[in-house]
Write a new protein. Sequence first.
Length: 264
Amino acid sequence: NNGLLAGKRGIIMGVANNRSIAWGIASKAAEQGAEIAFTYQGEALEKRVRPLAESIGSDIILPCDVTNDASIDAVFAELEKRWGKIDFLIHAIAYSDKSELTGRYVDTTADNFARSMNISCYSFTAIAQRAEKLMTEGGSMITLSYYGAEKVIPHYNVMGVAKAALEASVKYLARDLGPKNIRVNSISAGPIKTLAASGIGDFRYIMKWNELNSPLGRNVTIEEVGNSGLYLLSDLSSGVTGEIHHVDSGYNIMGMKREDAPDI
Ligand code: NAD
């Protein structure tokens, strides 16, 4: 295989089904010759993830709940046993209680704040700690963010605050791991209809708004996020770290709504 990722091995965390952004990246990476290990959160999702993983020839398919340290350790122990080293890591994991992804941010509870931060932000650092030890010849780590980290998006609330912290942690991780030639970047994806997104209040309105007001005049697909992921995973981006790369039809550059956009 002479693909962009030939000879590279990595782990992809956060596939829930074939609409997951993590799956968009996984399928593109497999096309380019990568060998991929997968994790799934809980038995219910195993039924979806296992066949997808097997369809691209993967045989390392492990449970992992990032709120449980022992389950993270078990994943990396298995990777060490099977492969010895890894070249890349995709973190596509986020969670907040649905009841707080609507209404006002100011009403966020301490419990949900801590849980959302832990799962959606800290887990990337927790995983990076383990992955660092296996990236003995350098590597590439990618997490997924959203524009709600930068600007206020209705209903995104505590998740926006968690994504802002996640984007800051990308930069701190990039600095810490740079001397080992481990690059750490984030893809800030435009809105895409996924399981996680369905928990966000009025998500259809957000999608429509982005479609009508982005420079490209449409939404992005998981395949497009996957293609941009290839660049960040591969040696094509060997000089790039600490970056927040927008794959959002250009929406983030707009200062106002498009003057030709109809009212919605
Ligand atoms: P998804 O529902 O397919 O994936 C979310 C994943 O998070 C699931 O696989 C779920 O199992 C996992 N997860 C949640 N809690 C977990 C835990 N405690 N332990 C382990 N895994 C856990 O949805 P998605 O939209 O593909 O989300 C992937 C990433 O992309 C998330 O970080 C999300 O915030 C981000 N993102 C999504 C969009 C969008 O519009 N869909 C836009 C930008 C960024």
